[in-house]
Design a protein around this ligand. Sequence first.
Ligand code: PLP
Length: 453
Amino acid sequence: MSHPYKAALQQAHDAADAYLAASSDSRVFPDADALEHLKAFDEPMPTASKTEAETLALLVDHGSPATVSGMGGRYFGFVTGGSVPVSVGANMIAGAWDQCPSSATNSPIGVKLEEVVSRWLLELLALPASCGVGLTTGATMANFTALATARHALLARAGWHVENDGLYGAPEVKVIVSAEVHVTVEKALSMLGFGKKRVTRVPVDSNGAMIATELPELDALTIVCTQAGNVNSGAIDPIGDIAERAGAAGAWVHVDGAFGLWGRMIPAVAPKLEGLEKAHSFATDAHKWLNTPYDCGIVICRDATAQHAAMATNAPYLKEGANAPKDMVPEFSRRARAVEVWAALRTLGREGLTEMFERCCTHAQAFASGLEASGFTILNEVMLNQVVATIGTEADIAAIQKHVEQSGVCWFGVTRWKGKPAFRISVSSWRTTHEDVDLSLDAIKAAKKAVLG
Ligand SMILES: *Cc1c(COP(=O)(O)O)cnc(C)c1O
C-alpha cells in the first residue's frame, strides 16, 4: 500500500543497505576527491520545492563518500564505537516513530523502554537499583547532569537552594579534578558556574591515574571528579579509595566513565573498579563502547531525589509521575534514545556485552605487541581498549598518521602523552576482527617504512 513516507523510506533503506554492505571494504577516511565533492552541498537556499528523491540522492551520492567509516572494523580514532546491527534497525524504527519520551503522556513506549533500560544498566554496572538514571545526548551532558546534582546536594545540605538563588552569595563549592581530567568535564564545570581555572588538579601516575594520596583535604562542600578510562591510556583512577576518603568527609565523588565504566563488566578490569559503587554519580556513553548509534549518554546518580531536584521542570500543564525522563536530564523534548540501547542490551545479553568488551581489549593487546615488534614504543599500560604508541619525532608521527590515513585502510589520531608525541588507537567497535588488526598493522608498518625508511 502506498503512503506519503513510502518512497523516501524505500530509497533510504536501499541506500543504507548499500552503504553498510560496502562498509568493511570501503576507505576509512574519505579521499581528496570525496572531500572535493562536498562542494555539491554549497547550494543557495532553494526557493522552489524539489523532489524528495533528488534530495536523498544528493545526500547519498555526495554524502556517503565523505563519511568517516566507523561502521566497518578499522576506525580507531577517538573512542567512537560502532553500532551493533540490531541498534541500527531499532534506530530506523525509532525514526519512523518520532517519539518524545519527556513523560508517559507523551510517549508510553519511550518511557517504558527508558525504565527497562535504566533497570538493566544498573544491574550490569552493579549499582544500586535505587539510583536515578537519565539518558542524555552524550557523556558531556551526563557529566553536566551529575555535577548539577552534586551542586544541588552539597549546597542544599549547607542550607542553600541553588536552583532558586543561583550561585550569587552561595557557600563556595571546591572542585577537585585529576591532572588528566577530560575536557568535557571542564566544560560541564564551566557551564555550572564552577570555572575551569578554579579547580584543584591532583597529580597522576605514569599511566594517567589520579594518585589518591595526593588528594587535598576534603569536606562536605567538595566535589571530586574521578575518571574511569583515560581518553588516551584507558587508565582508571583508584575510585574506591577516593570514595572511601571522600565519604568520611561528606564530599561528593563523581565518575567520568564515558567508556571505562563498562570495565565493570570485564572480569580482568572489574577489580580496578572495586568500590566504585561508593561514588555518588556516574557518566557513561552508549554511543561509544556500548556500540549504539550516536546521541546517547547515560547519567546515574545514587541520590535520585537530588537528581530530580536539580533537573525537574514544572508547569501547570505538566502533571507527571515520579522521575519522568524530562525531570532527570537537561533536555525536555528529545528523541527516544532508549530504543537503540534497549535493542542492543536485549540482543547481546550480559554475556554478549562482556564478550564484545573483552574482544576489544584483546585486539588492543594485539595492536600493542604488533607495534612493539615493529619498533614502536608503547607508552601506556594496555589494560583496557586503548594503545598509545610512539616512534621518532612529532613530524614522523604526523607523517605516519597521514600516510595511513591516505592508504584508506584504517584511521587513528595523534596525541601527546606525558610530553611525548604519540598516536592513539582505540578499539571500541564490535566489528573489529583479528584480520582488521593485522591489515591495520600492515598499513602502519608500510607507513613507517615510507616515512623512516
Ligand atoms: C568521549 C568522552 C567524554 C565526552 O563524551 P561525549 O559523548 O563525547 O559527550 C567524556 N569523558 C571521556 C573520558 C570521554 O572519552
